[in-house]
Write a new protein. Structure first.
Length: 321
């Protein structure tokens, strides 16, 4: 297939834009309505693309259109092209004014309930014209959105099994887990506690597919006991904190929940030694993709904020949570 003769002269950005619209809309008529152009223009553009490439890009059905394998391949290329163009425009805007830009961030609990709001407030104060879009869901979904170029950056703790060669994790800070109890719990007055002693207590734990639950199970197995069955299961850090504060429940909480203003004096870290391989908090970027210049501002701000809070509260954390 000769690029200069058959493709380079015929394939235009406008054609790719129409292709993306048809793929998203699921029909040529709906795509025409969204693009505010006529249905025949959309139909001719797709037909010309198929003629130039020599393959069918869409299967036509009574319900609309469906991408063929060839169409999915071209759609992927088109997504990358427009993403890189958008990045180029962002880079130009950033060079002319580093305080203006847009960043799409993905994160999950506990960061969405502590670290991210604190960093966003700090960043917004310094760069009031930076626009941030934040998505909150699980790590697997966030990494998939990053690969699809729907996000610029993911912040979180991610197991190596989720990461792959196309993703580039960048260290932010260490993240430890702690066993916590309410200030009124009898356990809060103990100076030494083994994890095995707590097996028969009432626990509030995250869901089974949460990385925190995997680490919790590892900690119990490493001391030779089976993980206890949780009385309450929830991924919400806020709910876990509120239940622990009653003094009736125990929970595992990460450093980020204890550092960034979530927990008050009603929570106490118990003197329990945990044996688990806790992954650090990282910023994840997509390899071989032009970086969003605002992402660097955000990453630097996370590191600076984490270091500031750690230095201010590191000594008091064990006594007040």
């Amino acid at each position: 297939m000769q690029w200069s003769d058959r493709i380079g002269r015929r394939l235009k950005l406008r054609d790719l834009h129409i292709l993306l619209a048809v793929a998203q809309a699921g029909s040529m008529s709906r795509a025409a309505d969204r693009l505010a152009i006529s249905h025949p223009v959309v139909s001719k553009t797709i037909a010309d693309l198929e003629h130039a490439l020599g393959v069918r890009l869409f299967d036509r059905t009574s319900q609309g259109t469906e991408l063929t394998s060839y169409g999915r391949t071209l759609l992927s290329c088109g997504t990358i092209v427009f993403d890189e163009l958008r990045r180029g425009v962002q880079e130009i805007a950033f060079l002319s004014d580093p305080t203006v830009g847009e960043l799409r961030i993905g994160c999950a609990a506990p960061y969405i309930e502590g670290l991210i709001p604190a960093v966003v407030a700090r960043l917004a104060g310094r760069y009031p014209r930076v626009k941030l879009q934040i998505t909150d869901t699980d790590a697997v979904t966030l990494c998939a959105m990053l690969r699809a170029r729907k996000l610029d950056l993911v912040v979180g703790r991610v197991l190596d099994s989720i990461l792959s060669d196309d993703l580039a994790p960048e260290f932010l800070f260490e993240e430890r887990m702690h066993v916590v109890a309410g200030a009124k719990s009898p356990w809060s007055r103990r100076r030494r506690i083994s994890l095995a002693e707590l097996c028969h207590e009432s626990w509030v734990m995250p869901e089974s597919d949460n990385i925190a639950m995997a680490l919790t199970s590892e900690a119990f197995h490493n001391v030779g006991v089976a993980p206890p069955e949780a009385q309450v299961v929830s991924n919400s850090i806020t709910l876990r904190v509120r239940l622990v504060e009653t003094g009736k429940f125990l929970a595992f909480l990460p450093d980020s929940a204890l550092r960034f203003g979530m927990v008050q004096k009603q929570i106490k870290i118990l003197p329990v030694r945990l044996r688990m391989g806790t992954p650090p908090t990282v910023a994840i970027l997509l390899k071989n993709r032009t970086p969003n210049p605002i992402a660097r501002l955000f990453i630097d701000e996370v590191r600076a904020f984490a270091q500031l809070v750690k230095s201010q509260h590191g000594n008091s954390r064990s006594s007040s949570g």
